[in-house]
Design a protein around this ligand. Structure first.
Ligand SMILES: NC(=O)c1ccc[n+]([C@@H]2O[C@H](COP(=O)([O-])OP(=O)(O)OC[C@H]3O[C@@H](n4cnc5c(N)ncnc54)[C@H](O)[C@@H]3O)[C@@H](O)[C@H]2O)c1
Length: 352
């Protein structure tokens, strides 16, 4: 089997998970890494035996033997290295979310199309057993047309720190950090309908006035966001996310279809319980169907294997970046609407 040689841009926290996983995937090797912080490069060399390191990723991208690149920089620094790598003829795996702004996300999608290269965004929950089961149920037609969705990613006290709360690096807060999982899962199960209008609000009041961690008073991004999304096909979605709240839960993730409904819970995409439940009726009698026994899936291994295989075998991106870009359309709509006092704003899906 041919070995796919990889470069890494950003050797911080999440890069460790990918390096560890790729070290155990046959036919994949990270041969070079780039980071602005020398200590992070030294750690990557020491821990993962990465031979060449660079302070400027543009220099690393000149290496012909690198076929694909992992972009593991902070959220607001995804587009620049991704577009540079795609323009240098490399395939790209970029960590979630796609980017902080819709314009930046669109530039990534366009660069992938123009260069005819794979761009995969690391929405790892696509590989979770619960989402796989829910997709199977939806694709079997069990729900019929989905006309209403509530999707939730919430934490009671779960603010990250570091680069995640600084506007210059993160660009966005909870919406992009965990909300993106709720949005991506919902859009994936709905079949990626086109959003046309959004109203919403965001806030970081609780972080700024919190009583549990003084460091969070420096939070520059939103810790709470809620959106109401209108789709071209008539469907509606409520999207709720927060890093912190004075409540146990913002409710669960539900899908209402014309034939049946589905409740989903997993990790960051919250339901009252983990698992998949279907609610319908048959011959005039209501039924509930539960799927609660799931084998545990190593989602990092699943996504990294899918990416490396796609690169080696010339397959399309395992996670189409167009669908992921729709999460940015919605998040941008929530931000723009919030800035407009919560009034509905029209949203436009970028074109080539
Ligand atoms: N899939 C997951 O489970 C998961 C978990 C955590 C983070 N993430 C995502 O991964 C991304 C990174 O998060 P993290 O926790 O690793 O952050 P981090 O701050 O620990 O690491 C980011 C690294 O990028 C480097 N960097 C920044 N700008 C750079 C540049 N211009 N060139 C080269 N290197 C640069 C930093 O020096 C740092 O080493 C975020 O977008 C986040 O949303 C995903």
């Amino acid at each position: 089997m041919r070995t796919v040689k990889l470069g890494l841009i950003g050797a911080g926290g999440i890069a460790q998970a990918h390096c560890g996983t790729l070290a155990n995937i046959e036919g994949a090797e990270i041969i070079a890494a780039a980071d602005l912080v020398p200590a992070n490069l030294e750690r990557a060399q020491e821990r993962w035996g990465i031979k060449q390191t660079f302070s400027d990723y543009n220099e690393m991208l000149k290496l012909d033997e690198i076929e694909a690149v992992y972009v593991c920089t902070p959220t607001g620094v995804h587009a620049a290295p991704t577009v540079a790598a795609l323009n240098a003829g490399k395939h790209v795996f970029c960590e979630k979310p796609m980017e902080a702004t819709l314009n930046a996300a669109a530039s990534m999608w366009r660069a992938a199309k123009e260069n005819d290269k794979i761009l995969m965004i690391g929405l790892k929950l696509r590989y979770s057993a619960q989402v796989v089961k829910a997709k199977e149920v939806v694709d079997a037609g069990t729900l019929g047309d989905i006309y209403y969705v509530e999707t939730v990613a919430d934490r009671r006290r779960g603010n990250p720190g570091g680069s995640f709360i600084v506007k210059a690096t993160a660009g966005l807060g909870a919406s992009a950090d965990i909300g993106v999982y709720a949005l991506d899962t919902a859009l994936y199960l709905m079949g990626h309908p086109k959003p046309v209008a959004v109203s919403g609000i965001t806030s970081n009041y609780l972080s700024l006035h919190n009583t549990w961690n003084p460091a969070l008073k420096e939070t520059e991004v939103e810790d709470f966001g809620v959106g109401w999304v209108v789709f071209e096909n008539g469907a509606r979605m409520v999207f709720k996310t927060c890093w912190c709240m004075n409540m146990d839960s913002l409710g669960g993730t539900i899908f209402l279809g014309k034939k049946a409904g589905l409740r989903l819970g997993i990790g960051e995409v919250r339901g009252p319980e983990e698992g998949v439940r279907v609610y319908g009726d048959k011959d005039g009698e209501i039924y509930d169907q539960e799927f609660t026994e799931f084998e545990s899936v190593d989602v990092f291994r699943a996504e990294d294997t899918a990416f490396v295989d796609a690169v080696r075998e010339g397959k399309p991106s395992p996670i189409d970046p167009y669908g992921v870009m729709l999460t940015n359309v919605i998040i941008q709509g929530v931000i723009d609407s919030s800035n407009a006092g919560g009034r509905e704003v029209a949203v436009t899906v970028p074109t080539l």
